[in-house]
Write a protein that binds this ligand. Structure first.
Ligand code: MTE
Ligand code: CO
Length: 433
């Protein structure tokens, strides 16, 4: 696998084989034809017995039959495509985070098994038969729902990103972690199936002074957050499916709160209780945590919305070295305030910007995929991407963000990321200006 990957991405070999650096898509294709000859002449690129003109092993024998893999897994050659954690970041794995391998993915949907996880007290293993969701407080009739009850309400399907407010939090004081999995991997984007929270709240009947809800999880942290009623009635969901199948235990099985565009901490997992009140609860997660300390000594509180952000996922530090020639720059962008309208890419640290090509569906408060294709001549690059959303907001540089926010924050770092592509094709996390 490693050999094959190196081969496919080694465009230096491609350029050398035809004696020119490809300068157009047509020339690139011509160069790709050249690759066949180059690969044949280059030793140690896979097993020649499995390559043309020979008949490969997998062509000579019958493969496994149907249902020998009752729940399918990725190819054995994709073993490196996994969530990863950074052990020194947290004291225990029960209260920690694992990161989405963004550099290995494409399109906008995160596969369920690769969605980053953030738990305060580990993964609760909830038996669906014992699952109950309680709605009480300032309501006409308190209610207790079983999972089957939830499934009998009208349901909707929505694709949303979820970003932890702490995503890129390690980068406030300068470039830290080498790889977009670590700098930006606290984001995922899946299709949720669930009941609009509005329907459940109306079923319970809201009192006139019902202004806030408090959502609480059934894990050992009993993590809880206050959500203003306007948001609860607007687009929040009680979701039980992700990408068609039931939620994974890691992501809140059997039901979680979905709070589109707002910080991931509010998306309470293993949701067991919603209390309706007339003021916020000022829980741990909205007082000592999830507030942003400014230079003045004051802290911003209730900074719910995740502002527009983007990152180039390839090339990036964990991806094999970039080779000269036709290059596809690929990345993700999202905004908690609406849709991503445009993404620009810079090759020179933000001096010049070119519009990237957004490809695939563009949904409200979901990730979009962007590409920028160009011909790399081997000059060092300072690669950046910059997202603009439907409100006209433009993703700020890290310098501009620090002017407003200082460097004491952990949360809500949506500054522009820079990748330094060196002449030898190696990529490093750096900062400019
Ligand atoms: N809900 C409960 N009950 N317990 C938790 O620890 N973590 C929160 C939120 N909901 C958490 C929770 C945080 S900080 C984030 S970023 C998201 O869940 C992460 O969701 P994920 O694990 O599905 O990626
Ligand atoms: Co979080």
């Amino acid at each position: 696998m490693e050999g094959a990957k190196g081969n496919a991405r080694d465009k230096d070999t491609v350029g050398d084989a035809v004696g020119v650096a490809p300068t157009s898509r047509r020339k690139f294709l011509a160069a790709a034809v050249g690759l066949t000859a180059a690969a044949a002449a280059t030793p140690a690129l896979g097993n020649p017995n499995n390559q043309p003109p020979n008949v490969a092993d997998w062509t000579r024998t019958l493969g496994d039959g149907v249902a020998t893999r009752p729940y399918g897994h990725p190819s054995q050659f994709e073993k490196e495509v996994v969530r990863r954690d950074v052990q020194w970041l947290t004291a225990s794995r029960e209260s920690s985070v694992s990161f989405t391998p963004l550099h290995e993915l494409d399109g906008i949907i995160t596969p369920n098994g690769l969605c980053f996880e953030r738990h305060h007290s580990g993964i609760a293993e909830v038996d669906p038969a014992d699952y109950r969701l309680m709605i009480h407080g300032l309501v006409d009739k308190p209610l207790l729902f079983t999972l089957d009850d939830l499934k009998r309400f009208p349901r909707v399907n929505k694709i949303y990103f979820l970003e932890c407010a702490a995503n890129s939090g390690m980068e406030w004081r300068g470039a830290q972690l080498n790889g977009c999995q670590y700098t930006h991997g606290m984001v995922h984007c899946v299709m949720y199936t669930g009941v609009p929270l509005k329907i459940l709240l109306e079923e319970a009947g809201l009192k006139a002074n019902a202004k806030w809800i408090m959502a609480e999880g059934g894990d050992a942290a009993a993590m809880n957050r206050s959500v203003p009623m306007a948001k609860a009635l607007d687009d929040c969901l009680v979701a039980y499916r992700m990408n068609g199948e039931m939620l994974r235990p890691e992501n809140g099985y059997p039901a979680r709160l979905v709070v589109p565009g707002w910080e991931g901490n509010m998306w309470v997992k293993w949701l067991r209780r919603i209390k309706v009140g007339d003021e916020p609860w000022f829980t741990r997660e909205e007082t000592s945590k999830y507030t942003d300390l400014l230079e003045t000594g004051k802290a911003r509180q209730f900074t719910w919305v995740m502002d527009a952000k983007s990152v180039i996922t390839s090339p990036s530090p964990q991806v094999p070295k970039l080779g000269k020639g036709f290059t596809v720059v690929s990345g993700l962008a999202w905004s908690g305030r609406g849709t991503v309208k445009r993404v620009d890419v810079s090759l020179d640290g933000g001096r010049n910007w070119r519009e990237a090509r957004i490809d695939g569906p563009v949904f409200d408060k979901a990730c979009v995929r962007f590409y920028y294709e160009f011909d790399w001549n081997g000059e060092p690059l300072l690669l950046q991407s910059r997202a603009m959303d439907s409100t006209g907001y433009v993703q700020p540089s890290k310098g501009d963000l620090r002017k407003l926010r200082g460097v004491n924050s952990i949360y809500h770092n949506n500054g522009i990321q820079t990748w330094h592509v060196k002449a030898d094709g190696e990529v490093e996390n750096v900062e400019v200006g």
